[in-house]
Design a protein around this ligand. Sequence first.
Ligand SMILES: Nc1ncnc2c1ncn2[C@@H]1O[C@H](COP(=O)(O)OP(=O)(O)OP(=O)(O)O)[C@@H](O)[C@H]1O
Length: 359
Amino acid sequence: MADTELAAAIKSALSAVEIPGGGDLAGYVGLSDIIVTSGAVAFAIAVAPGMEAAFGPAREQAAAVAQKLAGSRKIMVSLTGNKPPPKSGPTFSHGKPVPAGKTPVPGIKHIIAVGSGKGGVGKSTTAVNIALALQAEGLRTGILDADLYGPSIPKLLGIEGQPAVRDDGIFSPHEAFGLKVMSIGSMLTKDQAVVWRGPMATSALRQLLRETDWGGLDVLVIDLPPGTGDIHISLFQQAEVDGVVVVSTPQDLALIDAKKAVDMLKRMGVPMLGLVENMSYFIAPDTGTRYDIFGTGGAERAAADLAMPFLGAIPLVISIREGSDAGQPPVAAAPDGAEAAAFRAIARQILETTPRLRP
Ligand SMILES: Nc1ncnc2c1ncn2[C@@H]1O[C@H](COP(=O)(O)OP(=O)(O)OP(=O)(O)O)[C@@H](O)[C@H]1O
């Protein structure tokens, strides 16, 4: 069945799901479009504040109805409403209290997020190589690609296809170079990112994060979308993130964007691990000479202005681009090379400033 036919079939089957107050889900104004991809079916039910619990059974039934038609695709049904703050007291994660609303992620001790002010600055490349460098430091590490506007982690790690789904509906993550890997990209087909805004994107994030068998990680690195948006808010509200690494290129414009993003992230109450300057200088392949093509010290000064640590600089080198395009990230493919050394220095700097990340 074509994706559009499947969406229509599910929509019509939802007429069998009764909703509170009378009527059925198919005719309910709060039902979103039904998104079908090769690996997933997703839709959202918007309800009035305070009606979430009453709609719970309808959500369950809707998921069951959709699953019957969707075969092995993962079903994601999110219920959205303005939830009142939970009344229960604080829960505890890693031995310390976490604010209400945040709950520990099964199988994960610590979370580091990697963000940027704008796209194309090498955020995903940096996230992958920092994850591999943390692994090289002895941490059991995973990576979650939450950048639904440009999911590139599968390509960077040479991964293809969907992750397996166990009988109990839990994802078995991919593995690459010793990392456990999940990507929002495997849930999407091209051009669908725009549709997956708001509730559906955040619901996908929640499921990827919490319904994956991570198998016991010291740290999960999350590659965030550029800027700040729904995904960021959802992540920081639901899980305790140990800190964010912000990636920037040296150009002023990128730094202005990075500053804006840092400002927003700080307002969300997330600790900043530090700033990484990517494509910072150029090393001529023939002579090995270093050229500071964008001037020097911009990111270091920006980090100081923002009162956050400067974690290090990554050179602009063709081997990083080629290795990334070929699914061979430098830290794994050429661990003794200069590029790997730059990423490993950053990972060590992170561990130095945040020693609790070490097992
Ligand atoms: N230090 C570097 N030297 C050379 N090429 C690089 C470097 N860092 C990243 N690149 C290349 O730049 C491009 C963008 O990198 P990447 O996908 O990591 O950026 P991004 O910020 O995650 O982008 P997006 O927001 O689109 O996901 C890729 O082709 C990558 O190989």
